[in-house]
Design a protein around this ligand. Structure first.
Ligand code: GLV
Length: 323
């Protein structure tokens, strides 16, 4: 069995996989062409097109992340090869922490207090009740489901939404277009954890943002493609919110949307000229919410490679659905 690895930390993966599968030949995409040709399996994160063009014997691809969008959008990806993605694989825990931090940012008024601090203003705001702080989680895959259940366990009413009907303990689940409209009307924080597919592109747009209650907040640690950034900026109101806008209460709440915590963008890195960088109600992180940890992910990678080697079927993604 010959395994080819492409990732920023390919050498660490190479060492770990070679140790777990001592009979396999494990090489990285940095190896000489004659070394790396005719691999049976590719283990990769965002592989370049040339890698597919030179590999003619691939029998399976393991995606070293949860989202397969970069892979499926690669025009050189050959059709018909099973693709297995990581499912949770240690990513859900850091994602839960990220989302929890972002929810508390708004529910505990840290955004307001940061602006008050800039004005040296000592003013305690009334504590918003968790029980009245509805949270919507769009996307109930391996990671979204864990996030929804963790927030529900924290005491927030959590509403989950997925393409197909799902049931999750402690989470009120919705699906379909109507389900989405019902969910949006009830949430103070909306968390987007959907995959990037043709069906989810721009799902957060002028219409869906307008369906949120006044003062709601958006948290996107998923994919930039989910958000119509122009509509988001519009919903956030003027960038000089401290001084502009009619509804300003001194804390800069001028838009229908109170604020956004964003980790994923249509273009990454987020271009310097993006107005999102400067918006006082936007907190930006550089796609760091849930990096793939090698430990738990390695187990899934090895299990998949062993199963393939034994001729077993492994649940793979549906390229037409995009996840
Ligand atoms: C990260 O964005 C992933 O898809 O795992």
């Amino acid at each position: 069995m010959q395994i080819l690895i492409h990732s920023a930390d390919a050498e660490q993966w190479q060492t770990a996989i070679a140790k777990a599968l001592p009979k396999a030949k494990v090489i990285t995409s940095d190896a000489a062409l004659e070394e790396r040709q005719d691999a049976d399996y590719l283990v990769a994160w965002q592989p370049p097109g040339w890698l597919f063009e030179e590999q003619q014997a691939l029998k399976g691809i393991i995606n070293l992340g949860a989202g397969v969008d970069a892979l499926l959008n690669n025009p050189a990806l050959p059709a018909g090869i099973p693709i297995v993605k990581l499912r949770d694989a240690g990513m859900a825990d850091p994602m839960i922490d990220y989302v929890r931090y972002a929810v508390l940012h708004f529910q505990r008024d840290f955004d307001h207090y940061a602006r008050q601090q800039a004005r040296r203003q000592w003013l305690e705001r009334p504590l918003a009740s968790k029980a009245e702080w509805g949270i919507g989680v769009l996307g109930l895959g391996a990671i979204g489901a864990r996030v929804a259940q963790a927030l529900a366990a924290d005491g927030f009413p959590v509403h989950g939404w997925s393409r197909h009907p799902k049931a999750l303990d402690g989470v009120r689940c919705y699906h379909g277009k109507e389900g989405l409209a019902t969910l949006l009307g009830q949430v103070k924080s909306l968390v987007t954890l959907l995959p990037n597919t043709p069906a989810t592109r721009g799902i957060i747009n002028a219409e869906t943002l307008a369906a949120l209650p006044q003062g709601a907040s958006l948290i996107n640690p998923g994919r930039g493609s989910l958000i119509d950034e122009a509509a988001l900026l519009d919903a956030l109101g003027p960038a000089n919110a401290e001084t502009g806008g009619g509804k300003d209460d001194g804390n800069g709440d001028t838009g229908r949307l109170r604020g956004a915590v964003l980790d994923a963008f249509a273009r990454e890195p987020l271009p310097a000229e993006s107005p999102l960088w400067r918006h006082p109600h936007v907190l930006i992180t550089p796609h760091m919410a849930a990096p793939t940890p090698r430990g738990a992910a390695l187990e899934q990678v090895i299990d998949t490679l062993r199963a393939w080697q034994a001729g077993e079927q492994v649940p793979s993604i549906d390229p037409s659905a995009g996840y």
